[in-house]
Design a protein around this ligand. Sequence first.
Ligand code: NCD
Length: 311
Amino acid sequence: MQNFKGRDIIDINDFSKEELLFILKTAKKFDPQFVKSDRSNYTIAQGKIAGLLFFEQSTRTEQSFRSAAQKIGMGIIGFNDPQSTSIHKGESFSDTIRIMDSYADCLIIRHPKAGAAKEAAEIALIPVINAGDGPNQHPTQTMLDLYTMLKEAGKLDGITVALMGDLKYGRTVHALSLALSLFKIKQIFIAHPTLAMPEEFLKILVQRGVEYEQFDKLPDNLQADFLYQTRVQKERFQDLNEYKKVKDKFILDATFKKFLDRGIKLMHPLPRVNEITPQLDTHPNAIYFAQARNGLYVREALLGLILGRLT
Ligand code: NCD
């Protein structure tokens, strides 16, 4: 049994393979594919308050946390437009965290600066969840990605995962690669050379003895269980001309159907801009919308666990 009560969720490296598997197992309890009724869940965290601090835009992460919190009986406070708060008057980050800390039972923070969630966790006494800190990490996205892979493939050890698109600035692929490296999973990186997986992450794979390959375009004979496509992270480029040069290099159009027919499952953390054509959406192996839905179950589990209301 694992004890997650009071724990911060900041960095995927803070979690062992066993802990990740325990979270995925707990998430199954909220997934209607495995459990018929969710009515009893409404009392799990009754009386607890989630404090949402979204300093950066979000659709899925914010709304699924809101939904997850309410599905387990929590109330919600917070903001998604810092300009509507006293930050606009010049209040500091640390004062904002201290105030929210006293009104809530856990904090969920998204911020454009790498390290902001960790900083918040050092200030707050209540558990803090990193909902994305700049180009650094997005650990709850990783947990829902792992949940999706486990649900679809029935196992994690022994699969092959290809990560494609913006591997330089994409926080989802950074945290995902680290988590995958805890399992016997081969990793394939496909990116334009200027958006390649940073050396620091490749070094960790070498240290952990993980098998990986790198390509600068999608290999026609790709052998993988999953292809995880990502958006080029426009907002992280210093020079927009550099963004324009690479933004359309890795588009999956209707010709990608043959890969899906071969059994490769297509994932994407979303939002997509134009890197997956909607024509692929109806293919049974295009699983990005199911993946986003899985985020709800994983976040219900995580909130219940860190509040000590699930064991
Ligand atoms: C991702 C993010 O914010 O990092 N979105 C998400 O949370 N599902 C991916 C992205 O913005 O490209």
